[in-house]
Design a protein around this ligand. Structure first.
Ligand code: SF4
Ligand code: SF4
Length: 138
């Protein structure tokens, strides 16, 4: 009866006295190293000319099992199809990555960003402005 208790206390003491085995971090001052395979916040990518890659084909929205992507495509002056509206409802998203897999031009990528807490339900819609990565030389 007392042996398991002593064993348990010994384990606790061993971990207490061995600070090198700390597995927690002082979040938010320190951030955890996440796996390269982690699927977090989406980002919309740009090509080498800093033009957004998305051609508003809608395949990501079709592949999405949560039906949380809304797209409205238009043709610009050069006759290229672009997304006038691209929105993701982050409260419905299950971060499955199907949208990334479905994209024929590699325009969408699930990044390692995981700090998605929001204070208001109105913040759940991530528009293209929020998702599109900034121009590098800006
Ligand atoms: S990660 Fe999955 S659920 Fe989220 S938008 Fe993409 S396809 Fe939809
Ligand atoms: S992100 Fe990719 S799959 Fe989705 S609309 Fe744009 S080009 Fe098509």
């Amino acid at each position: 009866m007392i042996t398991p208790l002593i064993k348990g206390l010994a384990i606790t003491l061993r971990h207490f006295l061995n600070p090198l085995k700390i597995v927690t971090v002082q979040y938010p001052d320190e951030k955890c190293q996440i796996s390269p395979r982690y699927r977090g916040l989406h980002e919309h990518l740009r090509d080498n000319n800093e033009v957004e890659k998305c051609v508003a084909c809608g395949l990501c929205a079709k592949a999405c099992p949560s039906d949380c992507i809304k797209i409205n495509g238009i043709e610009n002056e050069e006759g290229e199809r672009k997304a006038e509206v691209y929105e993701i409802d982050m409260l419905r998203c299950i971060f499955c990555g199907y949208c990334e897999e479905a994209c024929p031009v590699n325009a969408i990528h699930l990044s390692g960003a995981y700090e998605l807490a929001m204070e208001d339900e109105g913040e759940k819609i991530f528009t293209k402005d929020k998702l599109l990565i900034p121009i590098k030389n800006k």
